[in-house]
Structures are given as structure tokens and as C-alpha cells.
Design a protein around this ligand. Structure first.
Ligand SMILES: [Ca+2]
Ligand SMILES: [Ca+2]
Length: 253
């Protein structure tokens, strides 16, 4: 009898505990579950903030093997993207100059820089041969990042006929520590010019535009010695000198 009474009373209390326990469980389940839902919702909608940087090269066909549609020639009397026996990579290069009174212009396809990137470095490999024998810069090559549809940013000198690159392939870089035209697509733009005599050949191969999430210091002076213009840095030579005498330099004519 006593046992029956105990079970009865305890049954009621136990039922109460079980009920409270279930509610607590339910409450815990809610508090555990809800933040997960909120978290996944907020990350999905928060893509526009600081953003992450897609680090690495943004340029396509940096070896100039394909040409169109990755590259568009805007000016010049001869084809700029051409086969070249001494190409650094593959069979073709971008060949600026090589004749007198040249005004050669070449642009890449536009590319997008993700919002978290802090710097962009243009990397090119240059081989230069010239008939010029003075220390005055007559023939010049520039590269720059420009918005689509206009040339509004300063052009940066890659090299001129006085550049001491020993005629070998050299790796050259220029870093933008502020992204030009933030939020807009950019393109890599080259312009090569020569004066009316003594040709210079500027061969470019293996170009890239490297995006980085940090800024970087230019390791060498970036002012061109002959005229104080902003300029690329020569990083290191690659391969052997090819032409040693200006008289042995041939161009496109
Ligand atoms: Ca190539
Ligand atoms: Ca010249």
C-alpha cells in the first residue's frame, strides 16, 4: 500500500521533472540551433565588406601564344604579337619597335581585382636590342594598368634604348601599392615608341599581373636614371646575352 502511494506520488513528481527536462532540452536545442542559422545567414549576405583577395596572376595568355581574344593591338604598322626564334617561352612574344617612327599599342583583356587586394605587381620579361649608340633615350617601352576604354593612369617606363640589360632576357617588375581605379576592371596596356633613326627592339614574354593581399616594397630604385620617370625594376637577368654589337641588330624592316 505504502509502495503504491510512493509510486503514485513519485510518478507525479517524476512526470513534472520529465516535462521540465524536456522544456530545458527544447530551450537548449533552440539556443544551440539558432546561432548556426544566424551565422550562415550573415556570411551569405556579407560578401561586399572588406572581402578576400584572390591572390596570384590575373592575366591570361601572358606568354602571347594565343593572341586574340586575350590581346588586342590598338596601333602599330606591324603585327606586335609575332613568332620569335629567341622567345623565352613558347614560340611567340610581344615585339614592340623594330622599325623607325613606331607607335605600337597593345592591351590585354580586362580582368577583375577582388576587393580585398592591396597591391598589384606587373611582371614582364624583356629582351632588348638596339642600334642606338648614345646615352639619350630615343626609343621607349611603357606598361601600365588602365581602366577599360581610356588611358588615364600614368604610363610606367619598362625600358628605353639606354637600359643596361645586356641584351639578355631580364625579369622586370613594377608594383602598384594602391589599386588603380578600385572596383573597376583593369587591363594591362603596353606602348612602344621609336624615333626616326636607329631602331630598338623590345621583346616581351611571360607577362603577369600578380594580386596580393599586402603591400610590398620596391626592392630597387624605381626612377629611371636618364630622365627620372617612374620605371620598372630589373630583378635578375635570364639567359645569355644575344647581340653584342649595335650593327648586328635587325628589326622588322
Ligand atoms: Ca611566348
Ligand atoms: Ca631610335
Amino acid at each position: 500500500m505504502l509502495a503504491k502511494l510512493f509510486i503514485r506520488c513519485c510518478g507525479g513528481i517524476c512526470l513534472l521533472f520529465i516535462l521540465i527536462g524536456s522544456l530545458v532540452n527544447l530551450a537548449y536545442a533552440d539556443t544551440i540551433f539558432l546561432p548556426v542559422v544566424i551565422k550562415s545567414g550573415s556570411s551569405g549576405g556579407g560578401g561586399g565588406g572588406g572581402g578576400t583577395c584572390q591572390v596570384g596572376n590575373l592575366l591570361q595568355d601572358g606568354s602571347f601564344e594565343t593572341g586574340s581574344p586575350y590581346w588586342t593591338q590598338l596601333a602599330g604598322s606591324y603585327t606586335i604579337i609575332d613568332p620569335y626564334a629567341n622567345a623565352l617561352d613558347g614560340a611567340k612574344v610581344a615585339w614592340f619597335g623594330g622599325y623607325n617612327n613606331a607607335d605600337d599599342r597593345l592591351t590585354s583583356q580586362p580582368f577583375t581585382v577582388s576587393s580585398g587586394c592591396k597591391s598589384l605587381t606587373i611582371v614582364v620579361h624583356l629582351r632588348l636590342t638596339t642600334q642606338e649608340i648614345t646615352s639619350f633615350a630615343y626609343d621607349k617601352l611603357y606598361a601600365s594598368l588602365q581602366p577599360v576604354g581610356s588611358i588615364t593612369n600614368p604610363e610606367v617606363k619598362v625600358a628605353d634604348n639606354t637600359t643596361k640589360c645586356n641584351c639578355a632576357w631580364v625579369r622586370m617588375t613594377y608594383t602598384y601599392n594602391q589599386i588603380p581605379n578600385p572596383g573597376q576592371p583593369l587591363r594591362l596596356y603596353f606602348r612602344g615608341t621609336t624615333d626616326s633613326s636607329r631602331i630598338t627592339n623590345f621583346y616581351i614574354d611571360l607577362a603577369s599581373v600578380e594580386a596580393s593581399s599586402g603591400t610590398s616594397l620596391q626592392t630597387m630604385a624605381t626612377e629611371h636614371p636618364s630622365d627620372g620617370e617612374a620605371s620598372f625594376s630589373i630583378e635578375f637577368p635570364m639567359g645569355d646575352p644575344g647581340v653584342t654589337s649595335p650593327a648586328a641588330v635587325y628589326g622588322k624592316e
